[in-house]
Design a protein around this ligand. Sequence first.
Ligand code: ZN
Ligand code: FE
Ligand code: FE
Length: 280
Amino acid sequence: MTLIIGPHVSIAGGYARAAKDALSVGANTFQFFTRNPRGGSARALDPKDVEALREKVESGELVSLLAHAPYTLNMASAKADVRDFARRAFHEDLKRLEILPCSLYNFHPGSHVGQGAEAGIAFITDILNEVMWEDQTTTVLLEAMSGKGSEIGRDFSELRAIIDGITYTEHIGVCLDTCHIFSAGYDIKDQLDAVLEEFDRVVGLERLKALHLNDSKTPFHSNKDRHERLGEGSIGMDAFKSIVTHPALRDKPFFLETPQKNFKDYAEEITILREFTKEF
Ligand code: ZN
Ligand code: FE
Ligand code: FE
């Protein structure tokens, strides 16, 4: 069993370049923003570039590529124009992902900014039901959030409530971000089994399709979202060892969103994590 682990990579230089960058740090997957994380339009796809990426996936060098929606995308906004952008960008991204060899598309559920989580969740499910379709090949992932401000997805039951509203339920899953859920009050440092049991009971472990591995700059249950390098924050390296070797988790794809001085520094974390999982 090989650990599936990769960094967050920029696609500014194209997909082939992103693949090369990921492989250069010992990764066998990677995550990328589909467009500028602050929004804006996506670049046209270059068929040659897409083909080069597809070769890396077909050869098995890369697996489970994860596309990340821009984090300004807010389906839960009370403002119609903000929801319009979210609807358009999300649908466009999903269509592009049918061409790219990616199987997963992660997004932040959004912030309700005042009108309440229930109203926000209704906006989210309405939009998802408009932009998803029956035979799409990409699985849409709801990212678990830290609960800063009015973020939706601050606990497992909010994720469950979104899933319950989705028509094409077979195309929806969850991405757990270790920094976010620790910050939201799930003690993955000392109570990993209990947290996973709760996730299984409320959402279902079969919905868990990816994890973001980040340590946290802020203390447990601080409801902040400040990523730290693995082992240098309040979660600590022992917890990451338990996570990547856990029988319920070790087959899932893991993505690093840790702050690095140089892209090459991702190799240090990847080496440590691979060492933990050597015996599997
Ligand atoms: Zn995210
Ligand atoms: Fe994340
Ligand atoms: Fe985050």
